[in-house]
Each structure stands twice: as structure tokens, then as C-alpha cells.
Design a protein around this ligand. Structure first.
Ligand code: SF4
Length: 399
């Protein structure tokens, strides 16, 4: 049950802004002599691969200006994540431009790319194109992009990955997943040949029994885990009493909301790194600053975050499409639509949201508009108003 907070949101954001600014100014001040130095970022083992990675990874699905790549490198954020599809290839091209200028930096980078192709031939073509764009002979980790069921990782892909490793085109192999993450992770732990997984993981998802079991299984199987979507749907937006208490505590500790959410994920030692989209220098600095800050979230902070996550569970789709989509006697891409809504409402990225919606055929969109979503809503563990949300998205992006 949500209640109105007595804490003024306007005051919070005003104060949070001041705190963030102060944090950033501290970072800049310290930069005068010994800045956030290269190599100063903490690292963690990437599963049992023998590789250490920085705890903050530069996510390349947004613009990666050369100046930011250079600054990320200097501050030790040397895990760079991209995909063949990101920004129509521009993300990889920008990394290539950087490496053409600083080829000596290649060995210090942990470079990750992904392929959306579902055939071995397509993955091979994507891999070669990615290497050419990034002007490198190999990537450190190659991921099959956006896996939603472990059966997508079959023996043919295993043999293919072993061949490409032998050819030296990548060192490690795995997949990314935004849907049915827990089941995919449990399956990967059983497979025994997956080196790394990048999965949605945040303060909303990390407390469920299923996710705890999945992380534990991957950890025991030696799989390196990278958390993404760690902001759990963007800024806190539902006003509750808990929210008021939470933000007051964060302010006292000098954290921004974003930093606190990163900290919550880093509290789990099984998470090797956080992949974060950092579209501007302020966010890069804020995140680097959080990675270096040794102040830990207290038990009370974590309890409040968990409580807030519970109170606002219907604000966030956790990608468990194996539950809601089969409840409808039609191929309704609920997960795609919820993801589009997240990009629009939580991250303000209208164009990206529109791209996701327009991947759904016009015919399918028309059928969705008339569909009764009640059976799916009854199954949804987060009690989301699926029908209303789908119709909102269709109306917004079909206009
Ligand atoms: S709408 Fe509900 S059941 Fe469907 S994926 Fe999202 S949280 Fe899971």
C-alpha cells in the first residue's frame, strides 16, 4: 500500500542535485593533483575465468564520444561493452576510432560485444564485422544478445564458440538476458560451458528467491556476472512514506539515488561488474565516484530499498515473459512493449522506445489493441496493469 510522503519531493531533488554536484566537484577537486587515477577503480574476478574486471563497465548503447572513452580509460573503467547493433554500428566504430589512436590501450581493455543473429553464419558475420569496426583482432567476451530461454544455447553454439576461441577471435563466451533471467542463469550453470552472463539485475530483482538461487548457481559454476539495468526503471517516481525516509538517508550519506542503486548491486560480491549507460560526463563521474566511495549501504538502507521496491512493484516489469505471454492465446509480445515503456518513461528515450514498438508488425499491433489482457494480468506476479500499459504504448507510438 502506498501513502503520500510528508517529505517534499521538490526539496529532495533540489538537495539531491546539490549533493550530486558536491560529489562531482569533489571528484574534480581531487583531480587537480591525483584525480580518480587510472587503475584506481576496484576490480573483481570475472567468475573463475582468471580475468579481473573493473566493477564499473562503460555501456555502449548510447553515444560514446572520444573524450568520454578517454576519461573512462583514465579512471579505470576499462570494461567496455557494445553490440553489433548498437547505434547502427556507430558504437563499435567509435571504439575502433579510439583504438586506432591508442592501440597500446587495447590490452588493458576488457572488450565485450554481442550479436543478435540467431544463426551461426549470422553470428560469425557479426563477429567479423565487429572486429573490423573496432580495429581489433579479438574481443574479450562475445555474447549472444538477448537470450530468453536456455534452449537457445545449443550444442551447435557450443561447438561454434569453441572454434572461434581456438581461432583467437574471442577469449570468453556467453549471453545477455533481459527476460526470464533466473531460468536462463540456472540453465547456464548446468550447461558448464558458459563463461559470462550479462543480465538485468537491480535492487528490485536481487531479493527474490529465484534470483538469489540463480546468482548462487552461476557463482558456483564459475560464471562471470555483469549486472545491467541496475537503476531498476529509472528515478524513484512513486511517492511513498518509505521513499521519503529512503531519500533522507541517502542524502545524509551523500549519495545520489543513482549511486545508491549501484551500491546496492555492488553489495553482492558475486556480481563482477555493473554495465551502465553513461550518456554524459556527469553521469560517468557520478558512477566512477560511487565505485571509489568506500561508504557502504547499511542494513537499514538496504531494507528501505527493498521495502520501496516491494511497495512499487507494479511500476517495474521484471521480464518474466514465460508467465504472462503464454496466458494469452496469441503471440502477444508483452515483454517487448514493457521494455519500450521502460526506455520511454524511465529513461526518457522516446526514439529507442519507438524503435522497439515499431519492430512489432502493424498487424500484430492492431490485434493487441483489441486483446483482453485479463488472463495475463491475473498471472503477473507484480500485478501490473498490462492491458492499460500496452494500450498506452500503442497509442503513443502509433500516433
Ligand atoms: S508483465 Fe508481469 S508477468 Fe509479464 S513479464 Fe512483466 S512482470 Fe512478468
Amino acid at each position: 500500500m502506498t501513502q503520500k510522503s510528508t517529505f517534499s519531493r521538490r526539496n529532495f531533488f533540489k538537495a539531491a542535485g546539490a549533493t550530486a554536484a558536491a560529489t562531482l566537484m569533489t571528484a574534480f577537486d581531487s583531480r587537480a593533483d591525483t584525480p580518480l587515477e587510472a587503475g584506481s577503480m576496484p576490480t573483481r574476478p570475472f567468475g573463475n575465468t582468471g580475468v579481473e574486471v573493473p566493477i564499473l563497465s562503460f555501456g555502449g548503447s548510447v553515444s560514446m564520444p572520444q573524450i568520454m572513452l578517454g576519461q573512462a580509460f583514465k579512471w579505470g573503467a576499462t570494461y567496455w561493452d557494445t553490440a553489433n547493433s548498437y547505434m547502427g554500428g556507430d558504437s563499435e566504430n567509435r571504439i575502433g576510432k579510439y583504438l586506432a589512436r591508442y592501440p597500446q590501450h587495447r590490452k588493458q581493455l576488457f572488450l565485450v560485444t554481442k550479436s543478435h543473429a540467431w544463426t551461426l553464419r549470422g553470428m560469425g558475420a557479426d563477429l567479423d564485422e565487429s572486429l573490423e569496426r573496432m580495429r581489433t583482432d579479438y574481443v574479450d567476451l562475445f555474447l549472444v544478445h538477448s537470450v530468453s530461454g536456455i534452449d537457445e544455447l545449443d550444442n551447435a553454439k557450443k561447438a561454434w564458440s569453441e572454434k572461434k576461441k581456438a581461432e583467437g577471435k574471442f577469449r570468453l563466451f556467453g549471453f545477455s538476458t533481459h527476460r526470464n533471467m533466473e531460468a536462463c542463469m540456472m540453465g547456464a550453470a548446468r550447461l558448464g560451458w558458459i563463461d559470462g552472463i550479462m543480465m538485468s539485475y537491480n535492487f528490485r530483482l536481487m531479493h527474490t528467491d529465484g534470483m538469489k538461487r540463480a546468482v548462487d548457481a552461476c557463482s558456483r559454476a564459475g560464471i562471470g556476472l555483469t549486472a545491467m539495468k541496475t537503476q531498476g526503471g529509472g528515478a524513484l517516481k512513486t511517492t511513498t512514506e518509505t521513499e521519503g525516509r529512503l531519500v533522507e538517508r541517502l542524502l545524509q550519506k551523500g549519495f545520489t539515488q543513482g549511486q545508491a542503486k549501484l551500491k546496492a548491486v555492488w553489495e553482492d560480491p558475486n556480481i563482477a561488474s555493473i554495465c551502465s549507460e553513461m550518456p554524459n560526463m556527469s553521469i560517468l563521474m557520478e558512477n566512477v565516484s560511487a565505485s571509489l566511495n568506500r561508504t557502504r549501504l547499511s542494513k537499514g538502507d538496504k531494507q528501505l530499498l527493498q521495502c520501496y521496491a516491494d511497495e512499487t512493484r507494479a511500476d517495474y516489469c521484471s521480464g518474466c515473459t514465460r508467465i504472462c505471454e503464454p496466458a494469452l492465446n496469441s503471440a502477444a509480445p508483452i515483454g517487448d512493449i514493457m521494455r519500450a515503456l521502460m526506455y520511454w518513461r524511465s529513461y526518457g528515450d522516446y526514439r529507442r522506445a519507438a524503435r522497439h514498438i515499431h519492430r512489432i508488425s502493424a498487424d500484430c499491433r492492431m490485434k493487441l489493441a483489441a486483446l483482453d489482457f485479463a488472463p495475463a494480468e491475473r498471472m503477473c506476479p507484480r500485478q501490473m496493469a498490462i492491458g492499460r500499459l500496452v494500450r498506452t504504448a500503442l497509442a503513443e507510438f502509433d500516433a
